[in-house]
Design a protein around this ligand. Structure first.
Ligand SMILES: C[S@@+](CC[C@H](N)C(=O)[O-])C[C@H]1O[C@@H](n2cnc3c(N)ncnc32)[C@H](O)[C@@H]1O
Length: 217
């Protein structure tokens, strides 16, 4: 293990051990940032903090779009709670790296699913066998695919809606970017979701079904 890997293992142990009494502090999240070191791709501190809170509160399986530090953080806070994390990953080398990292850290309740991007007409989205996915995701962490693909992250709702509960919360990262703003507006107008912007830079959005559109109403 090199120094950075040791630092990561140390932070994972520290945060896992203090949970559930304490959620990771801002300083610990900052340390995790340095320990992971995938600058330019990993989530910001405010987003991580919100993910930690939401993971602590959730009871069912978690869907993630785009794996990385967010996956590891959720894995620390769900180990031993009978909560499985399904993380869709389009990049085969990254999928392999994340799978190995989870194995090394003992996170056998995390599946990093190899899901190449596929065109679905107006948008691209992960090509995943939905028959193997739960129907009761109550929390979705959407930090992928990369924003520049066709339709950006719009595909989440048309492709995965049937797998999300009525009270499902989606935490969409990079919500201040032009493409992601458009995504949220389309989710709102076409699919009946509502959102609140959070964070300063980078911004993220907390997205839920608007009450009037909840399934069955
Ligand atoms: C914004 S990143 C997701 C980051 C993750 N949620 C985190 O907090 O670390 C979205 C996608 O970028 C890709 N990616 C991550 N790190 C990368 C790297 N160093 N080089 C190229 N692609 C990368 C992966 O395919 C990932 O799913």
């Amino acid at each position: 293990m090199n120094l950075q890997e040791r630092f990561l293992a140390h932070m994972v142990k520290k945060i896992s051990t203090q949970y559930p009494e304490e959620l990771p502090s801002r300083f610990q999240l900052l340390c995790l940032h340095f320990a992971w070191g995938n600058y330019g791709f990993m989530a910001g501190l405010n987003y991580l903090k919100q993910i930690a809170r939401a993971t602590d509160e959730t009871k069912g399986p978690i869907l993630e779009c785009g794996s990385g530090l967010t996956t590891l953080l959720m894995a620390m806070l769900t180990k031993g709670r009978n909560i499985h994390i399904y993380s869709l990953e389009h990049h085969p080398i990254w999928q392999e790296k994340m799978t190995k990292t989870c194995q090394k850290l003992g996170f056998d309740h995390v599946s990093i699913i190899n899901a190449p991007l596929k065109n679905f007409g107006d948008y691209d989205w992960y090509d995943v066998d939905k028959a193997n996915l739960p129907m009761d995701f109550n929390l979705v962490i959407c930090d992928g695919p990369p924003g520049k693909i066709k339709g950006s992250r719009y595909g989440l709702i048309p492709e995965m809606d049937k797998h999300l509960t009525e009270s499902c919360t989606i935490l969409l990262d990079d919500a201040g970017r032009k493409n992601e703003k458009q995504v949220i507006e389309h989710w709102e107008r076409r699919h009946g979701f509502a959102y609140r912007m959070k964070g300063v830079f980078p911004k993220f959005a907390m997205v839920n079904r608007a009450p009037a559109y909840a399934k069955g109403q």
